[in-house]
Design a protein around this ligand. Structure first.
Ligand SMILES: CC(C)(COP(=O)(O)OP(=O)(O)OC[C@H]1O[C@@H](n2cnc3c(N)ncnc32)[C@H](O)[C@@H]1OP(=O)(O)O)[C@@H](O)C(=O)NCCC(=O)NCCS
Length: 145
């Protein structure tokens, strides 16, 4: 498996993997929006390839204080082979190089099975926190595209 920075030339491949793995694709995942994400985090948004085929995606974001992980997904045909672990290890290494102290990620309630995966990698559930969100412009944000 080869890991490289996510370039928008692979946008369609990535969206296909997100669709096949049940990742929620919102108005924040259009090509234009991801362009903003990639420009800000060019070396934290990664894809993995096998024989030049894109098989996995992970997006990291650093806001100057915390790291965030979004939309990790492995093509179903390639799951449970260690690739998710490898991709996350690479991203964490890159976060560490930037001096990030703590990294967060979000799991949708319907996808709680995946907690077992993250727990194996050392992630911890935060029982002391409640997540809240605010949408500044409801015309802009669409939960589905
Ligand atoms: C979750 C996901 C990224 C894991 O990637 P992967 O390449 O299959 O994971 P790995 O092969 O590195 O697995 C590492 C360990 O976690 C376990 N694991 C992986 N996926 C799991 C799941 N969905 N539920 C429970 N355990 C899981 C593996 O069995 C393995 O355990 P082992 O070391 O005892 O064998 C992948 O299954 C996926 O893309 N899922 C759909 C999209 C998704 O839910 N993404 C997360 C959004 S928050």
């Amino acid at each position: 498996m080869k890991i490289e920075n996510f370039s928008l030339q692979f946008y369609e491949d990535v969206v296909e993997i997100w669709k096949r793995t049940g990742i929620s694709i919102t108005s924040s995942d259009t090509k234009d929006e991801l362009n903003v994400m990639l420009n800000r985090n060019p070396d934290l948004c990664l894809i993995a390839k096998i024989d030049e085929k894109v098989i996995a995606i992970i997006m990291g974001g650093f806001d100057g204080r915390r790291g965030y992980v979004h939309h990790l997904a492995i093509d179903p045909e390639y799951q449970k082979k260690g690739y998710g672990t490898l991709l996350m290890d690479e991203l964490i290494e890159r976060f560490q190089q930037k001096g990030v102290h703590k990294i967060h990620l979000f799991i949708e309630r319907h996808n709680e099975d995946v907690i077992a995966f993250y727990s194996k990698l050392g992630w911890e559930i935060r029982k002391d926190l409640v997540m809240m969100s605010f949408i500044p412009d409801k015309k802009l944000y669409k939960p589905k595209i």
